[in-house]
Design a binder for this molecule. Structure first.
Ligand SMILES: Cc1cc2nc3c(=O)[nH]c(=O)nc-3n(C[C@H](O)[C@H](O)[C@H](O)COP(=O)(O)OP(=O)(O)OC[C@H]3O[C@@H](n4cnc5c(N)ncnc54)[C@H](O)[C@@H]3O)c2cc1C
Length: 481
């Protein structure tokens, strides 16, 4: 049994724990809505700081559908704090770059060759000891394994309780706390807590109950994420690549360490550009298999097996605030972006890194104005999304289908920069996101902010100086622009 399967097997046992709320958790100062990666990481980070929480999850277990997988260096730092870094690296796979390719090419003998490489990003070289330098590589660790691991760790702390089959239905807050109405098996119950974190995904009930705007736009195209088992005869050291094509654009990335000659699991995320195709028709076996043949290289008939598939809509949306009173939002509940280059999940995980620190500081009375601190949390994280994540993820997607594959290398500014491969230029391009992505709350708190956002602005100015001087930017981008 491989590591990931062991983790998933353990989760079945973890999910069967009693749904009775234990007395010490009933007193929990934080209720978290949603046992996705963001909610569970928040529960774990709080537990590491000795803060109790209850996690409310409407599903009957953790989600195993094909979703996010890539973890950038700032998130790996948070995994260290959470105590899961070693497991993620051991059971995941490290990548130090990726490529952009043209669509498949026919060799004239019935073989479909991997599309010609347009550009390549290489963030560092493998060292002689078989590892990459710290802070310069990403780890692929699929979301379903991440939530399983987080749940296992959360349960182990005994400081948080995850209630499955339990839905948040209402919130009522006053100056001293929040009444949280939950429903399980048709039975309503009210929990009283000090703070509520809405980590309940893009359709967030918490956000809707608070009447918070979710603004931006939805893309006309959809994506179909397929997990495919196949055998390859050789594998690039950085096998992930994007396909540049006006219609059949997409992403191909391994979901585990790939050994040539042995079956390995890959993610093919492919564009569904035709709006007249219904979601059901896009998930139809024949449609998916025809589409896959436009992406899977190698001989025909192809011997791959499609393990799972899911079509989904893609958006660029941001909540007008991530804080109202004693309720905060994090992850997809607060912001959504298209998944090209995998910036969404990481941004949510980085939200709760700072949120856990903020809540801990508030509950331990280490800060003079809790409401101000939460307002600052909202301001900083919205700034990061609006200024870096939103435009960069949109550009990442557009680059795949706005360019002519045969001309992209010469016409697209980013591909031109990649081909120059000048480290200083790469730093200037990737540095701003990587410096700002993870928020340092302690630094904001030390200066005891006064009304307005003077502290935030100082922090941003300092950051800009850091980037322009090229100093202290260890984490260069992988797939990041
Ligand atoms: C098909 C798909 C593919 C994706 N691919 C990528 C990718 O390649 N890279 C990437 O970075 N990101 C990807 N994403 C996005 C990534 O999966 C999300 O950013 C991530 O799941 C966000 O985590 P979250 O915990 O905020 O929300 P979610 O994972 O959505 O978790 C929210 C949880 O809240 C629960 N919930 C909702 N309402 C209630 C309620 N009222 N009461 C109780 N519980 C509730 C839900 O059941 C769910 O378990 C993808 C998303 C989808 C849908």
């Amino acid at each position: 049994m491989n590591g990931g399967m062991e983790i998933l097997a353990k989760v079945d046992a973890a999910n069967t724990q009693t749904e009775e709320i234990t007395n010490h958790c009933r007193e929990a100062p934080v209720v978290i809505v949603g046992a996705g990666p963001v909610g569970l990481l928040l529960a774990l980070l709080l537990a590491r700081k000795n803060v109790h929480s209850i996690v409310i999850e409407k599903g009957d277990g953790v989600d195993t559908s094909p979703r996010g997988l890539l973890h950038y260096p700032p998130v790996l730092e948070v995994f260290k704090t959470a105590g899961i870094y070693d497991t993620v690296v051991e059971h995941g796979f490290c990548m130090a770059g990726n490529s952009w390719r043209k669509p498949l090419a026919d060799d004239g003998n019935g073989n479909n060759l991997l599309g010609e490489r347009i550009a390549k990003l290489q963030t560092c070289e493998l060292r002689t000891n078989g590892t990459y330098p710290e802070g310069q590589f990403c780890v692929g660790f699929v979301q379903s394994k991440l939530v399983a691991l987080l749940l296992e760790e959360v349960n182990r702390t005994k400081l948080a309780q995850v209630l499955f089959d339990t839905t948040l239905v209402d919130i009522d807050q006053d100056a001293a706390g929040v009444n949280v109405t939950i429903e399980s098996a048709g039975k309503p119950e009210v929990l009283r807590t000090q703070y509520l974190a809405g980590c309940d995904g893009g359709k967030s009930t918490v956000r809707k109950l608070l009447g918070i705007q979710f603004s931006g736009f939805s893309w006309p195209e959809r994506l179909i994420a397929t997990d495919v088992r196949r055998v390859v005869s050789s594998v690039d050291p950085n096998p992930a690549y994007f396909v540049v094509d006006p219609v059949h654009w997409g992403v191909v990335v391994p979901l585990e360490k790939i050994t040539p000659g042995e079956p390995g699991l890959w993610r093919y995320a492919m564009a569904v550009a035709d709006p007249s195709i219904t979601d059901a028709a896009a998930e139809d076996d024949d449609y998916v298999e025809q589409l896959l043949l436009k992406y899977i290289d190698g001989p025909r008939p192809s011997t791959h097996t499609t393990v799972r598939k899911r079509v989904y809509r893609i958006h660029q949306l941001l909540a007008s605030t991530m804080h109202r009173g004693r309720v905060v939002l994090a992850g997809d509940a607060a912001h959504l972006n298209n998944p090209i280059a995998g910036l969404g999940l990481c941004t949510g995980l980085l939200d709760v890194d700072i949120l856990a620190q903020a809540l801990h500081a508030i509950l331990n009375e280490q800060y003079h104005d809790p409401q101000d601190l939460l307002a600052e949390y909202s301001a900083v994280r919205r700034y990061v999304f609006q200024t870096f994540v939103n435009p960069q993820s949109a550009a990442n997607k557009l680059r795949l289908h706005e360019n002519e594959p045969d001309r992209a290398a010469e016409e697209d500014w980013y591909f031109r920069a990649l081909r120059r491969a000048d480290p200083t230029e790469m730093m200037k391009i990737h540095g701003p996101l990587f410096v700002n992505w993870k928020t340092d709350l302690q630094r904001l708190m030390k200066t005891q902010p006064t009304p307005g956002h003077e502290v935030l602005l100082t922090s941003i100015e300092e950051t800009a100086d850091t980037v322009s001087s090229g100093a202290a930017v260890r984490s260069v981008g992988i797939l990041a622009q």
